[in-house]
Design a protein around this ligand. Sequence first.
Ligand code: OKV
Ligand code: MN
Length: 257
Amino acid sequence: MIRYFISDLHLSDKRPDLIRAFVQMTEEFIQRQEETELYILGDFYEAWIGDDFQADWNTQVENALATLSQSGIALYFLHGNRDFLIGSAWLDRVGATLIHEQTLLPLNNTSVLLTHGDEYCLEDTEYQAFRKTVRSTAWQEQILSLPLEQRLALAAQLRNDSKSMAAEKSISIMDVTESAVGDSLNLLHCKTVIHGHTHRPEVHKVHDYLRCVLGDWDEFIWLARIEGDIYTQRKASVTEFIQNGLNGLKEAHRERL
Ligand code: OKV
Ligand code: MN
């Protein structure tokens, strides 16, 4: 069994190259005919404004996911801070199963904690307050009742707010609080976490635990996988990937779990 992990693709109409790369990746997963699961750990989209949103570029993306799940590859989705409005209609269309943040994935001899990662960015108290609001059902119900145009405008405005706020924040404030991640792992008797969000792809060894940070798709595309007890993280430039596919990915990290 091979399990793949991706996050922070930030797909949108602005990045047809990333959409091409992702669709190609799903096609290759199917061609390989191996027992496979794909875990999308949030921020798959640059911004999701509701399952009633329709666009040609996204129909292509949803069709690729639906083909993947129909071919027998189990698909799991976990909300990020930009696509937290993904709901059951989208999940049904693509054939994905929703997993919640801090889900334990049992493996043969161990388990791995899966999460997006933003809930551990505790130093950014302003962000945590914002997160609490936008993750509340009351706020989400209110937003989803607005016409699409208004939701689009609101998402664009929040995006701008975030950009100007991030510019004023220190680098360290926008990373996870290492001790909070450690506390979660202790509580769950788990030694490995896989998360995204911070755009700082790395494998950190902290005390006796492993923190695997997925890469965001921009200049490079990133793909992590677990096969047996081996975790690997691979990357390729977008053009390299489009030319050579999965074989064009170069190993950036390897760790025994
Ligand atoms: C992060 C902060 C924005 C603070 C909105 C639908 C909706 C996505 C969104 C896009 C922008 C959040 C999600 C971001 C942090 C902000 C503003 C303030 C205090 C919608 C989908 F509902 F409006 F339709 N947004 N992002 N802020 O860039 O991650 O930290 S964000
Ligand atoms: Mn994120």
